[in-house]
Design a protein around this ligand. Structure first.
Ligand code: TGC
Ligand code: FAD
Length: 395
C-alpha cells in the first residue's frame, strides 16, 4: 500500500486505473482537468443558478480537444482513441453535466454522423468548423410524441426537384436555440428514416428555447420547428438509411455518458469526504461515525466498480468490440450510481447540502436529466433484457 501515490487518493482512483492508462491518456486527462478547474468550476454555480448557458466555453472546449476526441484530426476531431474520449468526458462532468453535454452533442451527435455517414464534401464543409467551435451543432431525434420510440417519428421530407421539403417538430434538443446547424432525422416518402443537415436561417426553420428546467440549467435546450423548409438534396447524409443511423450516434454518446457520470459522482464524493472530516458533531468529525463511514465506503466502492466497467468498455471500444447492449448496461449503471452517490453526499452535508455552497444539488438535479436522455434508465434495462433473453419487450 505504501507505493500508492497521494494523487491517486486525491482523485479517488482506488483501484489504480491510472496505471492502465498511456502517457497520452494522462496528458489529455490533466489538460481537461486543469481547464475545468480554471474555466468551469469558478463560474458554474452562478450560470446554473441563473439558468444561463456559458457559451463562451465552446471555444475553450474546442481547444482542449473535447469535440470528437476519437474522430480523425484531419476531419476536425482529436485523433485519439476511445479511452481518451471517455477520460475527457469524466473530467468535463466533474465540472458539470451540462458542459459534458455540450461536448457529447457536438462530437458524438453532430460531428460523428457527418464523419460516418456524410459525403466528402459535407465532411470538408462542416467538420473543421464544428471541431474548432466556430459552428455549434445540435441533434434532432426526439419529437413531442415520440421520445423513447423514435421509430414512430412523424417529421418527414418530400422530394421537390433538387430539394426536400421538411415538415415536423423536434423536442428537447440540446443547444438548438444557438445552433448553426442541426442534424435532423426525418422519414422520406417511403417511410425510411434519413439524416439531413439543416442550417440556421433556412426559411421556415425556427428553434425556440424551452424554459423552466430544474435540471441541466447551464445547458440550453429547445425545439426544432420545420414548416416547409427547403433543404438541398446535397444536405442529406448519403451513407445511412433507417433507425440504425441515429441509434449508432446514440451508442457513441451513451458511451461518453457512461464515463462522464463517474465525474459527477467523483465531485460529490470528494465534497462529502472533505466535509465529513471538517464538520464536528457530538465532539467528533462526521467521518468518525460508523454510519458516515458506511456511506463513504459504499460510495467509493460503487464509483470504483463504475470506473472498472468504463475502463473495460473503453478497452472493448478500442478494439471495435463494444456492443450497443454493453454500452447500455454501462450508461444505465453508471448514471444511476452517480445519482445515488449524489443523494448520499447530500445527506452527509446535512442542511448545507441543499445550498449552492457545495456542488451536490446541481449535480443531483443534472443527473435526473442524464438518467433520462440518451435512452431512459428503463429503456436501457429493456435493452439488456432483450440482449440476454433474445426476446423483444418493445414489439
Ligand atoms: P430496433 O429494431 O431495435 O433497431 C433498429 C435498427 O437499429 C439498430 N440498432 C442500433 N444500431 C447502433 N446502435 C444502437 N444502439 C442500436 N440499437 C439498435 C438495429 O440493429 C436495427 O438495425 P437494422 O439494420 O436491423 O435496421 O429499433 P426499435 O424501434 O425497436 O427501438 C429500440 C429502442 C427502444 C432500444 C430504441 O428506439 C431506443 O434506443 N430508444 C431510446 C431513444 C433515445 O435514446 N433517444 C435519445 C435521443 S438523443 C438525446 O437524448 C441526446 S441528449 C444529448 C446531450 O445533451 O448530451
Ligand atoms: P417517454 O418516452 O414518454 O417516457 C416516459 C417514461 O415512460 C420513461 O420513464 C420511460 O422509461 C417510460 N417508458 C417509455 N416506453 C417504455 C416501455 N416500452 N417500457 C417501459 N417503460 C417505458 N433528444 C434529442 O433528440 N436531442 C437532444 O439533444 C436531446 N437533449 C435533451 C436534453 C434534455 C435536458 C432532456 C431532458 C432531453 C433531451 N432529449 C434530446 C430527449 C431525451 O432523449 C428524451 O427525453 C428521452 O429519450 C425520453 O423520451 P420522453 O421524454 O419523450 O419520455
Amino acid at each position: 500500500m505504501s507505493s500508492v501515490k497521494t494523487d491517486q487518493y486525491q482523485h479517488h482512483d482506488y483501484y489504480r486505473i491510472d496505471d492502465l492508462l498511456s502517457e497520452d491518456h494522462k496528458l489529455a486527462r490533466d489538460a481537461v482537468r486543469n481547464w475545468v478547474k480554471k474555466e468551469v468550476s469558478p463560474i458554474i454555480e452562478d450560470y446554473s443558478n441563473r439558468a444561463e448557458c456559458p457559451y463562451h466555453l465552446f471555444k475553450g472546449l474546442a481547444e482542449i480537444g473535447a469535440f470528437g476526441p476519437s474522430i480523425p484530426a484531419e476531419y476536425g476531431g482529436g485523433g485519439m482513441d476511445e479511452m481518451a474520449y471517455g477520460i475527457i468526458m469524466t473530467e468535463l462532468e466533474r465540472g458539470d453535466s451540462g458542459i459534458r453535454s455540450m461536448a457529447s452533442v457536438q462530437g458524438s451527435l453532430v460531428m460523428y454522423p457527418i464523419y460516418k455517414f456524410g459525403s466528402e464534401e459535407q465532411k470538408r464543409k462542416y467538420l473543421p468548423k464544428l471541431g474548432s467551435g466556430e459552428y455549434i451543432g445540435c441533434f434532432g431525434l426526439t419529437e413531442p410524441d415520440h421520445g423513447s420510440n423514435p421509430a414512430g417519428m412523424i417529421t418527414n421530407i418530400k422530394e421537390d426537384g433538387d430539394y426536400y421539403i421538411l415538415n415536423g417538430a423536434k423536442m428537447w434538443i440540446t443547444n438548438s436555440p444557438v445552433a448553426d446547424i442541426a442534424v435532423v432525422w426525418a422519414k422520406d416518402e417511403q417511410g425510411i428514416i434519413r439524416g439531413l443537415i439543416v442550417e440556421k436561417g433556412m426559411p421556415g426553420f425556427t428553434a425556440p428555447e424551452i424554459h423552466g428546467k430544474w435540471s441541466l440549467r447551464a445547458s440550453i435546450t429547445g425545439e426544432l420547428v420545420f414548416q416547409d423548409v427547403r433543404v438541398p438534396k446535397s444536405n442529406v447524409l448519403p451513407n445511412v438509411q433507417g433507425l440504425k443511423g441515429p441509434l449508432s450516434c446514440l451508442s457513441k454518446a451513451r458511451y461518453g455518458i457512461a464515463w462522464g457520470a463517474i465525474g459527477a459522482a467523483l465531485d460529490c464524493y470528494d465534497s462529502a469526504l472533505r466535509y465529513s472530516k471538517e464538520r464536528i458533531q457530538f465532539g467528533k468529525p462526521l467521518g468518525q461515525f460508523q454510519l458516515t463511514q458506511k456511506k463513504l465506503a459504499e460510495m467509493i466502492t460503487e464509483i470504483t466498480k463504475a470506473q472498472l466497467l468504463a475502463w473495460r468498455l473503453g478497452s472493448l471500444a478500442n478494439q471495435g468490440l463494444a456492443t450497443p447492449a454493453q454500452i447500455s448496461m454501462a450508461k444505465r449503471n453508471n448514471v444511476a450510481m452517480a445519482l445515488e452517490v449524489a443523494r448520499e453526499a447530500r445527506q452527509i452535508h446535512g442542511g448545507m447540502g441543499i445550498t449552492n455552497e457545495y456542488p451536490i444539488m446541481r449535480h443531483m438535479m443534472n443527473l435526473e436529466t442524464v438518467l433520462t436522455y440518451e435512452g431512459t434508465h428503463d429503456i436501457h434495462l429493456l435493452i439488456t433484457g432483450m440482449d440476454v433473453t433474445g426476446l423483444n419487450a418493445f414489439s
